[in-house]
Ligand binder design. Structure first.
Ligand code: IVH
Length: 704
């Protein structure tokens, strides 16, 4: 450490050059200890001091900066991570439309939801869908105070320091009409030219190049060293907002106008459209410009223009009802199908996967594609050895479209779909749907939990992002831990640390692991010992129970104990009240109800739930709006409603924290009855339940 004691300001050029060389080697070595061996040999603070010294010397002697300098290394993963930011308003994603009919359906659904007649005016905006990463920029008193990535929509990463280096993002907004609090949302992206430039520089420096502009933009934004971000010409388009103290207008278009006035870039290809034909015309117009734009776009986004309509439409679990992304047609390529492999999923579904000779489609190398199911393979007569056409649409998994018969090898035979599970050997059958009488398209392994594939997939689902979200337990780790007997059932996740402490073969001594990674894993597991009820239900992996259904159940039953006892009652008595109650919950159909009851009726599942609960605190779902007088109440809508559609009524009630039920029972708190209400109204009167009309409802919820 001898030279290091010399202040940077006193170093000679010769000393500086020698020290930069030593620092480059030393920091690279520490990076290897940390990332590859997971066993750092110095404290984080000492490591940071080395990097800071390196940067200080480079700042004084810029011409001596080495090509292998730690400050230039891309993805030199930081010693600290970005802090997490809770979004005040969730950052949603968009539903997709792939063809003209989907667009017409979108408009129709919006009209139906809002109870608009065909000739009532309904305008939309149409704008390019930028292929970058979304960002939320929070301004307070006209100053940028926080920039956060989308993350999982609820929580993103604090990248403020890096975003401050982006020229398109104003640091201050001058306009006097800029509200006190305003979160501007939009897309960060790179132009094709800047992307090519960055890759050229990366290649010159012997560093890794990026696959596409989106990845390069993401890599540039997620640098711990803001000076790297500053050297990448990231750009920004504003198209939305999060938490705001006031909105500067009444339509989407008004807000975009305000963005322009305030100094935020807004895409010039944005238009207001009066009907579906105009939307499609603008789509064609934007597609025409696509190649010449100089940056990637992957479709056109349509948004309902009136903000009061947007509010009424609200959102499904992850996507707004008032907007849709109309994607550009997928890119295609031809390659050879080398094999068809059968994967077994969480619910036992056998899915054929095409193993392909690697081929580039739309800038990405593809070597796998889905073949959907047995009937698809037969219908398209796709055979191993065939030359096939594949397509990739956005982030959707590539698909095999067809095979090219002229190029088929002479000895080829049709693909024989297995009738036994390739993993556990159990029978794999195609069930008959009781209601439709039709044979299911999917062949399923009947092995249940004796099938290792199903168990592993259930575990992967259990720890996945929208379920328990345990960092460090990715698919590969789960597979490994399952094979080695470390985690075979969900509850094993939470006893892992205790078992490891008693074990002779410690996790930290496993290949690919070390003290730090094991410590991080245990910390990540501990963080999830407390979990919201809806995530808990979703994590169980009950067939047909996705996030939305899990949320409905969580809201209806309130606590995990209530769910468990109701489902046990329902499983024990198929004629009883518990099952009737479950069926009465709005949004729960009989298929879903049957699947839930079947799950809890299986002793093995019940013991998994019970054991999990010994390790966990499951918190009730926070009421959406506890301030509302209908929050927590069970409401039934009946008769014909005139001011809103049934869907809108339901969405509004749920937004206000109410549960909506399809039938009247002792548990009903309030019945909203329109004209022509029949038996439900009679029953409500018999049971002495409060009945109000539609106007009464609006008055009750304070929207008159
Ligand atoms: S609006 C609530 N507008 O596409 C609606 N999104 O697939 C939020 N995106 O996460 C999105 N261009 O990152 C909107 N003009 C545009 C967009 C756009 C690109 C991205 C955005 C979003 C993703 C959804």
């Amino acid at each position: 450490m001898s030279v290091r004691t010399v202040p940077v300001s006193d170093l000679t050029a010769e000393q500086a050059a020698a020290e930069l060389a030593a620092l480059a080697a030393e920091i690279a070595e520490h990076d290897r200890h940390y990332h590859v061996e997971d066993a750092p040999v110095i404290a984080d603070a000492d490591y940071d001091a080395l990097r800071q010294r390196n940067e200080a010397i480079e700042a004084r002697f810029p011409h001596l900066a080495r090509p292998d300098s730690p400050s230039k290394r891309v993805g030199a993963t930081p010693s600290e991570k970005f802090s997490k930011v809770q979004h005040a308003v969730a950052m949603l994603s968009l539903g997709n439309a792939f063809g003209d009919e989907d667009v017409a359906d979108f408009a129709k659904t919006v009209r139906r939801f809002l109870s608009l007649a065909d000739d009532d005016p309904l305008t939309f905006t149409a704008e390019p869908k930028i292929d970058g990463l979304s960002i939320s920029l929070r301004y307070e008193q006209r100053k940028l105070v926080m920039a956060a990535t989308r993350g999982d929509g609820a929580e993103g990463e604090n990248v403020t320091a890096n975003v401050r280096t982006i020229k398109d993002v104003p640091e201050h907004v001058e306009s006097a009409d800029f509200p006190e609090v305003f979160e501007v949302r939009g897309e960060i992206y790179l132009s094709h030219a800047d992307f090519a430039n960055i890759n050229e520089k990366q290649a010159d420096a012997g560093a890794k190049t990026f696959a596409n502009p989106r990845n390069a933009a993401a890599g540039s934004l997620r640098q711990l060293d803001s000076s790297i971000t500053a050297s990448r010409p990231l750009k920004f388009f504003a198209y939305g907002w999060g938490e705001v103290s006031r909105l500067p207008g009444e339509t989407q278009w008004d807000i975009l106008d305000a963005f322009r006035r305030w100094g935020f870039p807004v895409n010039d290809l944005t238009r207001v459209c009066e009907n579906v034909d105009q939307l499609l015309a603008q789509y064609a117009e934007i597609e025409l410009h696509r190649a010449g734009l100089g940056y990637d776009i992957d479709g056109v986004v349509y948004k309902v223009n009136r903000l009061d309509y947007q509010d009424r439409l609200g959102a499904r679990s992850r996507t707004p009802r008032w907007a849709v992304a109309h994607k550009f047609a997928a890119e295609k390529a031809t390659t050879v199908l080398e094999d068809i492999e059968i994967q077994v999923g969480r619910t036992g579904a056998l899915t054929p996967v095409a193993r392909l000779r690697p081929v580039t489609v739309g800038g990405v190398v593809v070597s796998n594609a889905t073949l959907h199911n047995e009937d698809e393979i037969a219908r398209k007569d796709v055979r191993v050895g065939d030359t096939v056409v594949i397509q990739r649409a956005g982030d959707v998994i590539p698909q095999v479209l067809a095979s090219v018969p002229e190029m088929r090898p002479d000895n080829s035979t049709p693909f024989a779909f297995p009738e036994l599970c390739p993993v556990c050997g159990s029978h794999a059958v195609r069930e008959v749907n009781e209601k439709t009488g039709r044979v299911d398209a999917v062949r399923r392994c009947m092995g249940g939990l004796i099938c290792p594939a199903q168990r592993v997939e259930r575990l992967k689902h259990f720890v996945s992002r929208n379920a328990f979200d345990i960092e460090g337990l990715g698919d590969k780790v789960i597979e490994e831990f399952y094979t080695d007997g470390l985690i075979q059932s969900p509850q094993d996740v939470f006893s892992l640390q205790a078992r490891d402490e008693r074990s002779l073969k410690r996790l930290k001594d496993r290949e690919g692991w070390g003290e730090t990674s094991v410590r991080n894993l245990f910390a990540a597991i501990d963080e999830r010992r407390m979990i919201p009820l809806d995530r808990f239900i979703f994590a169980l992996g009950i067939r047909h129970v996705g996030e939305t259904t899990a949320r409905i159940l969580a809201r209806s039953y309130g606590s995990v104990e209530a769910v468990r006892s109701a489902m046990l009652d329902a499983a024990g008595d198929r004629e009883g009240e518990a099952l009737a109650d479950l069926n009465n919950i709005d949004g729960i159909g009989t298929t879903v109800a049957d699947a839930i009851v079947e799950f809890f009726g299986e002793p093995h599942n019940l013991s998994v739930v019970n054991e999990l609960l010994e390790h966990l605190t499951v918190t009730p779902l926070e009421a959406v709006d506890t301030g509302s007088p209908v929050s927590g109440k069970t409401v039934v809508f009946t008769g014909s409603l005139e001011r809103m559609s049934r869907d809108e009524a339901k969405a509004m009630a749920e937004r206000l924290g109410a549960k909506v039920s399809g039938s009247v029972s002792k548990k009903t708190d309030l019945v909203v009855a329109g004209p022509k209400a029949g038996s439900k109204l009679t029953k409500a009167n018999e049971l002495g339940i409060e009945v109000i009309d539609e106007d009464g409802w609006f008055e009750r919820v304070g929207m008159n």
